[in-house]
Ligand binder design. Structure first.
Ligand code: GLU
Length: 474
């Protein structure tokens, strides 16, 4: 069988958004699953709207998602000569013609058609003439679309969709300044790049019969198409800024993991039994276009956060430490000891939905100078507790081994001596060690902080409280 070749063809007119990333992912997965190749092509022929910063942002987001392409990126803006050659070919075979109608004439024709309730197709008034442009004239070049018959698309997602050729317009292929238009460049490139399968959003479905006709005019076999359902918000309207963040970059900044983004995007339209959580490897192994549904896929932020939580929980602590580091730095913490941070995130990873939350929870472990929550201090660090904290510090200092069980035993020795319940000591110690009242189990916290840090924090807290130098935050 011929090699499978897919592509992602974004226009760099904005950041990579969720819908675009899903398109990239499905093409990537399709190629991976079939042992084929995945290409990246930047569709930047619209020079006014395309910007380099968006090219950079798209490349960066794809790299972050590890959506690696086998070929490219190709830039349409650099392929003008090739497109003009294709138009020459179409001319030679009688499939296009010059159209001299002025923009004003075309506007008037469009308006008239609309008034009569007709679809605003070009009336083909230049189609019969073989006139060539004279000096000073700059006509557009139009495609001679068939006016009879049907064009069928055997869509990989939607099944057979049939279009009446009467509905197809005589598309403009070259504008009056000689620049190529969208349909021409897409077909010309997909043909040249040997693309065999195109998975794209449903909004492109109506373009497909037009593009198929260009393939036929070039005596070429069109690729297979699969049009994926729209992504909608909770209100069933097409996903837009109104619904919240839509770019991959924004989710990266909110602390989502790339694997979780891929997992959630895959589930927007695709399902595999009841399974919700997939690793990248599983997606590559299991993705099957026949399991992509036709119904619009609803973007659900809560579900997305849950998927992220599941991936966080399963992540390798070393990896997670690396990923949470920039979020800690944003909070003003400098982290050098990745081994220590790995132990911290291993303790916290089941308590956070995002890297932002994880960084928040990890902060007290890594800061040099702790700030204390004023209310927590007032409530838990009264004089009596300070005494017990000091006793505990001494007991911890004398331990032979620094293990969870030994730490627990040291706590119990102090509790037994004073006839106290665990909370009476654990909560003041928690405030002394973390600055607040929320943390994982107190023995685990001590264990991860390590002996030196634990003891010095306990002692420093008591001293600073007594000398009135404790740094408080309200
Ligand atoms: N450049 C087009 C877009 O960003 C995609 C064209 C295609 O997939 O055929 O919507």
């Amino acid at each position: 069988m011929a090699e499978i070749r897919t592509r992602f063809a974004p226009s760099p007119t904005g950041h990579l958004h969720i819908g675009g990333a899903r398109t990239a992912l499905f093409n990537y997965l399709y190629a991976r699953r079939k042992g084929g190749r995945f290409l990246l092509r930047i569709e930047d022929t619209d020079r006014r709207r395309s910007e380099q910063r968006y090219v950079d942002a798209i490349l960066e987001s794809m790299e972050w998602l590890c959506l690696y392409y086998d070929e490219g990126p190709f830039f349409q803006s650099r392929r003008g000569d090739y497109y003009r050659e294709i138009v020459e070919k179409l001319f030679a075979a009688g499939h296009c013609y010059y159209c001299f109608c002025s923009p004003e004439e075309l506007d008037a024709k469009r308006e008239a058609a609309q008034k009569q309730g007709r679809k605003a197709l070009y009336d083909r008034s230049c189609r019969a003439s073989a006139r060539k442009p004279q000096a000073g004239e700059s006509p557009v070049v139009r495609f001679r679309s068939p006016v009879e018959g049907l064009t069928a698309v055997d869509d990989l997602v939607r099944g057979r969709v049939v279009f009446d050729n009467k509905e197809l317009d005589d598309l403009i292929l070259l504008r009056s300044d000689g620049t190529p238009t969208f349909h021409l460049v897409v077909v010309a490139d997909d043909l040249d790049m040997g693309i065999t399968h195109i998975l794209r959003g449903e909004d492109h479905l109506s373009n497909t019969p037009k593009q198929i006709q260009i393939y036929r005019a070039l005596d070429a076999v069109p690729p297979r198409y699969g049009h994926m359902p729209l992504i909608v918000g909770a209100d069933r309207a097409r996903l837009s800024k109104r619904h919240g963040a839509t770019s991959v970059q924004a989710y990266r900044e909110q602390g989502f993991l790339p694997e979780a983004v891929l997992n959630y995007l895959a589930r927007l339209g695709w399902s595999h039994g009841d399974q919700e959580i997939f690793s990248r490897e599983q997606l590559c192994e299991l993705f099957d276009i026949s399991e992509v549904g036709k119904a619009a896929a609803a973007f659900d932020m809560e579900k997305f956060a849950w998927v992220n939580f599941q991936h966080l929980k399963q992540s390798d602590p070393k990896d997670l430490a690396r990923q949470v580091t920039p979020f800690l730095e944003q909070r003003g913490c400098s982290v050098c000891d990745q081994q220590y941070l790995s132990a911290v995130v291993a303790l916290l990873r089941e308590r956070a939905h995002t890297l932002v939350e994880l960084a928040e929870a990890a902060e007290f472990f890594v800061v040099e100078e702790l700030e204390y929550d004023a209310k927590a201090v007032a409530k838990f660090l009264e004089e009596e507790s300070l005494e017990k904290i000091r006793e505990l510090a001494a007991a911890l200092e004398g331990l032979d081994r620094w293990s969870h069980d030994d730490i627990e035993a040291a706590f119990h020795r102090i509790l037994d001596k004073h006839g106290l319940k665990l909370g009476k000591l654990a909560q003041p110690v928690r405030v002394a060690l973390s600055g607040g009242t929320v943390s994982p189990g107190i023995f685990e916290v001590c264990e991860v902080l390590g002996r030196a840090r634990t003891i010095s924090r306990l002692r420093q807290c008591c001293e600073q409280l007594e000398s009135g130098t404790l740094k408080l935050r309200s």
